[in-house]
Design a protein around this ligand. Structure first.
Ligand code: C2E
Ligand code: MG
Ligand code: MG
Length: 565
């Protein structure tokens, strides 16, 4: 058992007696032995050693001022200079009145005169000093965040309000600062690296803002709140923090939301909430590090909050449904149904149908996406199994994987369990991974995709052309199909019918020996042009919008009839 645990079990605290005279040490040990664990040192250096080794368990130091090697006063000032031990209370043992004053000036809690007074007096002074020190520790522990030394959020609001009281005319900003994808950094490089980044941020903030013009705290994890006199160099602060982390294994990008010159009639918490909203606004924008609050954002935010709050209930009440959109192979004389894409729909009891474009990005931000994705993958798999069993036919169905999924180390395990539980094969379910997932953290994503393929799954790269992956990288990507981003079709056919970009992508796909899937095909003109260009598969309103599982059966039956002939 370690000392620190037995301190909590029997509540007996540790005291160090530092005195060069044996008789004094023994006398104090006799008086205190029943109530305390007494450690003893016979000179200043030994005492410093014992203090350093017992910094977490030592409750008090009794210090003789006249000692060899290191005098009591020298030791006292060393203790007070070391932030790790300066909280341990020191009582000075002395026969010299002048030193009493000096030692109190150096931070001693109390003194006990020599010759020693009655044991009860000694005990009372000791226990009072310990109590005082422990109370003080509790206060500083809740006031300051131990990792960064900044205030905790409770004190932030308290001091922020005080700031307003003393500076009623000051023009102030409410600011919320965090690290983009901090959870990913923590997961990939470990929490020690994460902690180091947080300390660097705190360091930069302390050197940028002076105490007189601001209050700063670390609210939680990687979220820092700042309430300060108005300024306009937040972009510069974000850059400075990123630069201070340049030696880290990954680049550190900072996101800052600012409610500039805030309305002081609002509660400080409401002002900070607006800064958070401003920071959410730039969540998916990698080019911008500072977001500014404006009133229209507030309405959006209320809507967002409602969707996030209601997610668990929506899953429970099966408000999410999978729709299926057919994909047709157009290489032959007539288009043939070749597969489908599973797309989620939210049928909300009061808000009506909500499109995935609205809630997927929110859920990605809040970490709810994994739960939703798994729900959709499993529902799609059950549906495929049901079609196989009832209709004797099914086509492969592709499901979407959000970017966050690529960091899930058990991704392969999840898909294997889904296929085993539902009795479908790895060829029945295709995985769509958006191109932008490959662009960042390419190595890790490529490894994960490789392992999915080794387990028999097919991968389609979704939204190709929107993520700006380099040609160099594409040639090394493990994929089975390229899904052209809808924007290509839009621009190619909206403006002077210029399909050259599509041709280039089809050439790339040919080089990689994978088929091209075009999505968002709405007209016959587009369909014919894409066929002419050599596009293999088409998905879009031209054939069908995404439909319910029941409606999709007509496509399957049509295909079954065709196969018979
Ligand atoms: P996506 O994977 O690129 O899906 C294609 C989107 O294009 C779908 O939008 C589909 O309805 C729409 N679309 C298909 N054909 C046409 C067309 O001819 N014209 C037009 N204008 N649009 C067409 P939807 O269903 O709103 O989904 C939007 C995005 O939300 C999807 O883009 C996908 O990234 C994401 N998503 C949908 N379901 C899920 C899901 O279950 N999990 C995840 N992680 N993301 C999903
Ligand atoms: Mg997709
Ligand atoms: Mg797409």
């Amino acid at each position: 058992m370690t000392r620190s645990t037995d301190r909590f079990i029997d509540n007996k605290r540790h005291i160090l007696v530092a005195d060069d005279e044996m008789i004094n040490r023994e006398m104090l040990a006799n008086i205190l032995g029943d109530e305390y664990y007494v450690l003893m040192a016979e000179d200043g250096e030994q005492a410093y050693d014992i203090i350093s080794h017992n910094r977490n368990t030592l409750s008090l130091i009794l210090l003789d001022l006249k000692m060899p090697k290191l005098t009591g006063l020298e030791l006292l000032s060393r203790v007070k200079e070391d932030p790790d031990i300066k909280g341990i209370p020191v009582i000075v043992l002395t026969s010299d009145q002048d030193s009493e004053v000096e030692s109190l000036g150096l931070g001693a809690y109390d003194f006990i005169p020599k010759p020693y007074p009655q044991p009860d007096v000694i005990k009372a002074r000791i226990s009072r000093s310990i109590e005082l020190a422990e109370d003080r520790q509790i206060i500083t522990a809740t006031e300051k965040d131990t990792l960064t030394g900044l205030f905790t959020s409770e004190y932030f609001y308290r001091y922020g309000e005080q700031f307003d009281k003393f500076h009623p005319l000051a023009d102030t900003d409410a600011v919320c600062l965090d690290v983009k994808h901090f959870h990913v950094i923590n997961e990939r490089f470990g929490s020690a690296k994460g902690d180091e980044i947080l300390k660097r941020i705190a360091g930069c903030l302390k050197s940028t803002f002076t105490d007189e013009e601001c209050v700063i705290c670390r609210m939680a994890a990687d979220i820092f709140l700042i309430y300060c006199v108005h300024r306009d160099d937040y972009g510069h602060i974000a850059d400075m923090i990123s630069e201070s982390c340049e030696d880290m294994p990954t680049s550190v990008k900072i996101r800052i939301g600012v409610y500039y010159s805030c309305d002081k009639k609002l509660d400080l918490r409401a002002r900070i909430a607006r800064a958070k909203i401003a920071s959410n606004k730039i969540h998916n924008n990698y080019m911008i590090s500072v977001g500014e609050y404006d009133e229209t954002l507030m309405d959006n935010e209320l809507f967002t909050e409602q969707l996030v709050d209601e997610f668990p209930k929506a899953i429970e009440e099966k408000q999410f449904q999978v729709f299926f959109q057919p994909k047709y192979d157009i290489r032959g004389d007539r288009p043939v149904l070749s597969s489908a894409e599973a797309l989620v729909r939210w049928f909300h009891p009061t808000l009506g149908t909500i499109s995935p474009g609205k809630f997927i990005p929110l859920f990605e931000e809040d970490g709810l996406i994994s739960q939703l994705d798994e729900y959709i993958w499993r529902s799609a798999a059950k549906q495929i199994a049901d079609w196989k069993a009832r209709l004797g036919i099914s086509v492969p169905v592709s499901v979407n994987l959000s970017r966050a999924e690529m960091y899930n180390p058990d991704l392969v395990g999840i898909f294997e369990k889904i296929t085993t539980d539902t009795g479908i094969t790895t060829k029945d379910i295709l995985l769509e991974i958006t191109e932008s997932a490959y662009v960042r953290d390419a190595d890790q994503i490529v490894d994960r995709v490789k392992s999915l393929r080794e387990h028999g799954f097919f991968i389609e790269m979704d939204d190709f052309g929107s993520g700006y992956s380099s040609l160099n990288m594409i040639s090394e990507l493990p994929i089975d199909a390229l899904k052209l981003d809808m924007m290509f079709i839009r621009t190619a056919f909206d403006k002077q019918n210029d399909t050259r970009m599509i041709s280039i992508v089809i050439d790339i796909a040919n080089y990689l020996e994978v088929p091209v899937i075009a999505e968002g095909v709405e007209t016959e003109e587009q369909y014919l042009a894409l066929k002419e260009l050599g596009c293999a598969i088409i998905q879009g309103y031209y054939f069908s919008k995404p439909v319910t599982a029941g409606e999709f059966e007509k496509f399957l039956i049509e295909r079954r009839e065709r196969d018979k002939n």
